[in-house]
Design a protein around this ligand. Structure first.
Ligand SMILES: [Zn+2]
Length: 195
């Protein structure tokens, strides 16, 4: 009995068609101009976005949180999304359809006049303090990573003077002890600067 062929001509035809379609999709995606905030146009036709609300944020986000903007300025009832808007502090943009949707963050009767009010940092003293704390934590972590990097360098290049553990290295660094000064001087001699 003849064995049935594993690949039929129809299979080859389907593979070519699928591959072709896939190529077209990839090309369309590549050629499509990127918008600053794609999310709006993908889901709805609205140019409006609602900005979420976070407590501990910078002074810029303190002006923009919980407000509604027109991304490209097409809807004159709302202010245009400012160029310095950023998402670094955790604010997010959600598409908003005026007259259809209830605002999630902008809880007021007259949302048009509310959103056209002057831009002022609305953070409370507590929110400002919390934001400072977050910045300090980030800076501490950055410094810890730098210290680890320096410690690993010492361990590799100057093992004879490198402290036994990373925590003892950090302790000597924080107290700026004579031993620490010796270590940074030796590292400098070897061409490595510890700050
Ligand atoms: Zn911010």
């Amino acid at each position: 009995m003849e064995k049935p062929s594993l690949v039929k001509p129809i299979d080859i035809f389907l593979i070519i068609i699928t591959g072709g379609l896939w190529l077209i999709v990839v090309l369309i995606k590549m050629l499509k101009p990127k918008k600053q905030f794609d999310r709006t146009s993908k889901t709805t036709d609205t140019d409006l976005v609602e900005v979420s609300y976070v407590g501990a944020c910078c002074s810029t986000c303190g002006k923009y949180r919980g407000r509604i903007f027109s991304v490209n300025g097409k809807d004159g009832r709302f202010p245009k999304l400012p160029d310095d808007f950023h998402e670094d502090c955790g604010l997010m943009l959600f598409p908003f359809v005026y007259g259809v949707q209830e605002p999630q963050y902008c809880k007021t009767k007259d949302i048009i006049s509310y959103n056209n009010r002057p831009f002022r940092d609305t953070r409370t003293a507590e929110e400002k303090a919390n934001y400072k704390l977050i910045l300090q934590e980030q800076e501490d972590e950055r410094q810890r990573q730098q210290d680890k990097f320096d410690y690993d360098w010492l361990l590799k290049h100057l093992p004879e003077i490198c402290p036994k553990s990373f925590s003892s290295y950090r302790r000597m660094k924080n107290s700026n002890s004579a031993g620490y000064k010796k270590v940074i001087a030796a590292a400098k001699e070897a061409g490595y600067i510890i700050k």
